[in-house]
Design a protein. Structure first.
Length: 608
């Protein structure tokens, strides 16, 4: 039982109570919880009530009996899910971690140490790389799983077992499970532990049994291209990169494991348009799993694709420095930092985000400088920064890196530099200090940056009434003529050169019906260098379907032509389009619209 008096938050108490109850090491009563958590009976009863509600929301039941005390009842996988969530809630302070160790050691002396030693040795023996921020979580979780597996058996589906049985890691996990002979169903637990570990390591090698996830990665990357109007130059490399992250994501969601993405709110706010497009593009994975993806996983892939898009920017071939991004908070934070920095420093080559452990293994000649969220010892230039940069952070970081590395085209004077230049020539009013002016100017810069970020046009600003047309001719034109007709307003408005219409057709001839977004809606587009003058869109709706590539499998009723000037400016508009495409009612309204006003109204409603 817990013997250490500390100040616990309500969430801490409830997470510890869940772990005590789920471990089933004694008959847990209100008295046990009151004694262990150092609070009153009334507080414990209130906590129990909230835990019961939380369990019910997760399809688990918490009941009390005189014989067994409080116990969780229901699907063992779901019970283990709330165990994992409770562990995540307690990992971020030493005191609560120590309380978890105390619970585990009731099972046997030094049980936590034994599990930690066995698992770390297992990782080392088989050269498995787990993100450091997840290693500790894995150790605690499997320790509680070992305790429960001595009395409870996990059940996996036949399809899950079929996949897991042929994975390389399954054969390796057999020996790990055998170190804990108290497990009642070793075969089932071997499969389950393999699933746990598959959700925590990157897929660096393609396996036959996960080839369907490579196909899924391919589909997702194509959907990102289609829905953003961007063409990945090294498409296969992007697919490989996404596959390495998709495999663990698939097994995490399959096993009901949660990832801690503390920056998800910032991601949804700062990268909202890309978040919406990424979610839409991840529908192949949702269809595989038969459920909606958690926001934390969508945010994770948003940053992955954000980094890929940022890396496509044209960069001058000056002196190239290789920059490494390191963060102890987890891969999500590292990816966010890398995405932000790639935009801020297009003249740097950014290496894949790394953990501290991986950094120690890298030869110094492989990189020139490091960006990190914490201070660390290194022989290379080090720049410490928060995972998400404010305007002030960006200005100072730009100046620091430029000053030390003399990067071209990055000279940005700080607010201090500007004021030091101006103030000798002006007289300040009474009560106005240099510090006050500095704060006001910095605030103004931040507002301007935010304003600049909001300047990307909305869908309603691009698909204006004069760019929306209807075609009621019979018979309908062939698909090539349909694309030319759809793009005609762009030429008439001098947004594109006439050759851009031919380029859109050629893309379909080269790459197939990739512009078909589904529901009979197509997004023809080509590259900016194919004749784009200004960002623009146009829409043409046919009464009867046009068959793309003369294939009846691709009947198109609506062509929405996109002329993009870069890889980012149009994403705000396309995120609104993806909202329509993920709303069956909105799609139906679009397909049934008979007037320009109906389409304009539908678009405006989606933006509200």
């Amino acid at each position: 039982m817990i013997r250490q008096a500390i100040n616990l938050t309500e969430n801490d108490r409830q997470a510890l109570a869940i772990l005590m109850i789920s471990a089933e090491l004694e008959e847990i009563s209100v008295y046990h919880l009151q004694d262990a958590l150092f609070v009153s009976r009334g507080t414990i009863l209130a906590d129990i009530k909230k835990i019961q509600k939380y369990a019910q929301e997760n399809d688990v039941v918490l009941k009390y009996s005189r014989q067994s005390g409080y116990r969780f009842y229901g699907d063992e996988r779901l019970i283990r899910q709330i165990i994992q969530k409770s562990i995540l809630a307690l990992l971020y302070q030493p005191a609560t971690k120590e309380l978890m160790v105390n619970i585990l050691n009731q099972f046997s002396d030094d049980f936590h140490l034994r599990v930690m030693t066995e698992i770390r040795q297992f990782f080392k023996n088989h050269r498995l790389t787990v993100v450091p921020s997840r290693t500790e979580e894995t150790i605690y979780f499997l320790a509680f799983v070992i305790i429960r597996s001595s009395t409870h058996s996990i059940v996996l589906t036949d399809s899950e077992i079929s996949i897991l049985n042929h994975l390389i890691i399954k054969k390796k996990v057999v020996e790990l499970v055998q170190h804990f002979p108290g497990v009642v169903n070793q075969e089932a637990e071997t499969n389950y532990w393999a699933m746990v570990l598959m959700g925590m390591i990157q897929a660096k090698v393609r396996e036959y049994e996960t080839e369907f996830l490579y196909d899924c990665s391919y589909e997702i990357c194509r959907k990102v291209e289609h829905s953003t109007g961007i063409e990945f130059k090294a498409f296969n490399n992007v697919v490989d990169h996404i596959y390495a992250h998709l495999v663990p994501a698939y097994f995490r969601i399959l096993g009901k494991f949660t990832i801690q993405n503390v920056l998800i709110e910032q991601i949804q706010k700062q990268y909202n348009h890309l978040f919406q497009i990424t979610h839409y593009s991840l529908t192949p994975l949702e269809e595989l799993l038969g459920e909606r993806l958690p926001d934390s996983e969508i945010g994770y892939f948003t940053i992955l694709f954000g980094g890929e898009i940022a890396n496509m920017a044209e960069r001058p071939e000056d002196k190239r420095y290789r920059a490494l991004v390191v963060c102890p908070s987890g891969m999500s934070s590292s990816l966010i930092m890398r995405s932000e920095l790639a935009t801020l420093f297009p003249m740097l080559d950014f290496i894949e985000a790394r953990s501290f452990f991986e950094l120690e293994q890298m030869p110094l000649d492989d990189y020139d400088l490091i960006f990190s969220s914490v201070d660390l010892e290194t022989q290379k230039p080090l720049y410490v920064m928060p995972p998400i940069l404010s305007t002030t952070d960006k200005v100072e970081l730009l100046r620091q890196v430029q000053r030390e590395l003399l990067l071209p085209s990055v000279v940005v004077p700080s607010v201090t530099d500007i004021l030091e230049t101006i103030l000798p020539y002006v007289t300040l009013k009474e009560g106005v200090t240099q510090d006050k002016i500095k704060k006001l100017v910095t605030k103004k810069m931040m507002k301007q940056l935010k304003k600049k970020g909001d300047e990307s046009p909305m869908l309603s600003e691009l698909l204006t009434p004069d760019k929306i047309r209807f075609n009621h001719e019979t018979p309908t034109p062939n698909w090539q003529d349909a694309i030319h007709l759809a793009g005609a307003p762009l030429v008439q408005n001098d947004d594109v050169e006439p050759r851009y219409l031919d380029a859109m057709v050629q893309k379909v001839l080269d790459f197939g019906p990739f512009i078909h977004l589904g529901f009979g809606i197509a997004l023809p587009h080509a590259r900016p260098e194919d004749g784009v003058k200004d960002l623009a869109m146009s829409l043409l709706k046919f009464s009867e379907p046009v068959y793309l590539l003369d294939d009846e499998k691709n009947p198109i009723r609506i062509f929405i032509c996109l002329a993009a000037v870069d890889n980012e400016t149009h994403l705000r508009a396309l995120s609104s389009l993806t909202k329509i495409l993920t709303d069956k009612t909105a799609v139906q309204r679009l397909l049934e619209a008979e007037t320009t006003e109906e389409i304009v109204t539908l678009i405006q409603e989606g933006e509200e």
